[in-house]
Design a protein around this ligand. Structure first.
Ligand SMILES: CC(C)(COP(=O)(O)OP(=O)(O)OC[C@H]1O[C@@H](n2cnc3c(N)ncnc32)[C@H](O)[C@@H]1OP(=O)(O)O)[C@@H](O)C(=O)NCCC(=O)NCCS
Length: 210
């Protein structure tokens, strides 16, 4: 339902625009709202029919391309949607990447994302809206079916185990598993990570990486 934004919503949306442009240091943007069943001012469905249709087209296209086995079109589309994607990145088939704010996603070089991993850059709560950056540092691996929540940084060379649910920063070189997530291995000293192994080599924590 389209309605005029309140002055407070207009101010909050401006803060969100600045956050999305990278003008603030925070990892997460937060704003108190009413229940998501009523217009919060942050859903595309609150912003008029044209914006909603454009969003639905973008979301459907991203969803389709991410389901396919070919990597190149995924990287090209994500870059076009504003994500920062490094070199030698591989996104497996059926991964899901939040279409709402792809511009808040950074994937550095040599990252591997497993099948059906899910990456969220926004969160509606019962009384709050959040948008958060997700940063996948160089050489990290996201296991199949893992969930990476908004406002999360996965450190250089870290491994996120299959089906882990990650809502906090994972240190460089660590291996994180489970829900709630815990560290199976704490990681390698910084010095070892400055010259990461090639993607087909062994990880810094001894576990295999792509
Ligand atoms: C996390 C991971 C890297 C650990 O591998 P590993 O170092 O060989 O660890 P092990 O298999 O020796 O397991 C060590 C312990 O962690 C547990 N464990 C391993 N992976 C786990 C996971 N994903 N979730 C929960 N527990 C896990 C094991 O059960 C074992 O527990 P125990 O010591 O109580 O017996 C690996 O299990 C994993 O999840 N890899 C993801 C692979 C993937 O999804 N690739 C993408 C495919 S498209």
């Amino acid at each position: 339902m389209h309605r005029r934004p309140t002055p407070e919503e207009t101010e909050a949306r401006e803060r969100l625009r600045r956050f999305r442009r990278g003008e603030t240091e925070e990892l997460v943007f937060k704003h108190p709202t009413g229940h998501p069943a009523t217009p919060t001012g942050f859903c595309f469905c609150d912003r008029g029919a044209l914006r909603m249709v454009l969003f639905c087209v973008k979301a459907a296209l991203l969803d389709l391309v991410l389901k396919l086995p070919w990597n190149g079109p995924k990287l090209r589309l994500l870059r076009r949607l504003g994500a920062r994607i490094g070199e030698n990145v591989y996104i497996s088939a059926r991964a899901w990447i939040d279409p709402m704010f792809p511009d808040l996603l950074t994937i550095e070089d040599n990252v591997f994302i497993g099948m059906e991993a899910r990456i969220l850059m926004h969160e509606f709560r019962i009384d709050e809206f959040r948008a958060g950056k997700v940063i996948l540092r160089r050489g990290c691996m996201i296991g199949a079916f893992a969930l990476i929540g908004c406002g999360t940084e996965i450190g250089e060379g870290a491994t996120v185990g299959a089906a882990a649910c990650v809502k906090r920063a994972i240190p460089a070189g660590a291996t994180a598993i489970g829900n709630p997530v815990r560290l199976l291995r704490t990681g390698a000293p910084e010095a070892e990570l400055e010259n990461p192994q090639p993607p087909d080599g062994g990880g810094n924590d001894g576990s295999s990486r792509p």
